[in-house]
Design a protein. Structure first.
Length: 189
């Protein structure tokens, strides 16, 4: 007996062969359809993963920016507190400075004590300068500035122009650009 296939003899054999061919074609087509479906599903999963990655990256960047802003704000607050403490400390020492200046204005026969007060005042000025505290210029003839001068008296004097400091009663001081005590002055009108 030979195992060779021969041409179909009957209609029934032809139908069976057609059915087998259709099944084979369907089986061959199924992997292609499955591959297409798998490809569509894979691209959907990839797209979803990319969106999630983008969302997480955005969250990360926002959190990083928020932390950076917090760090900068904290640094500014620390600097502000430090500056305020320096100003408060300097303000508390200014009455001592005023008393040393008043002591120098008093005429005394003891030159040694006068020299001692001058040395203490000089050292005191140096310490204030090292802290960043400087005097406000309020010498007679300086232009009156309401931001740095406190006018406690007015005088009619032709020797001075209008709105000019005629006399300084108490020195004013700045810490950097911040006025910590205004100068008390007499202003000419």
């Amino acid at each position: 007996m030979s195992t060779k296939k021969t041409a179909p003899d009957s209609q029934e054999e032809k139908d069976v062969l057609k059915a087998e061919a259709t099944v084979e074609t369907a089986e061959n087509a199924m992997p292609e359809e499955k591959a297409e479906k798998h490809k569509d599903k894979s691209s959907e999963v990839l797209k979803k993963a990319q969106e999630e990655l983008s969302a997480e990256k955005d969250k990360y960047l926002r959190l990083l920016a928020e932390y950076d802003n917090f760090r900068k704000r904290s640094q500014k607050e620390r600097e502000s507190v430090y500056s305020d403490v320096r100003a408060d400390t300097a303000i508390k020492f200014l009455p001592v400075y005023d008393n040393l200046e008043r002591a120098l204005k008093i005429e005394t026969a003891d030159e040694a004590s006068r020299r001692g007060v001058e040395m203490v005042l000089s050292q005191f000025k140096e310490i204030l300068t090292n802290l960043g505290v400087c005097e406000i210029d309020s010498c007679p003839g300086a232009k009156f500035n309401p931001e740095v001068h406190n006018a406690v008296m007015h005088v009619e004097d032709e020797a001075f122009g209008e709105g000019v400091v005629a006399e300084e009663f108490q020195k004013g001081f700045k810490l950097g650009d911040k006025v910590i005590r205004c100068s008390m002055v007499k202003v000419a009108n």
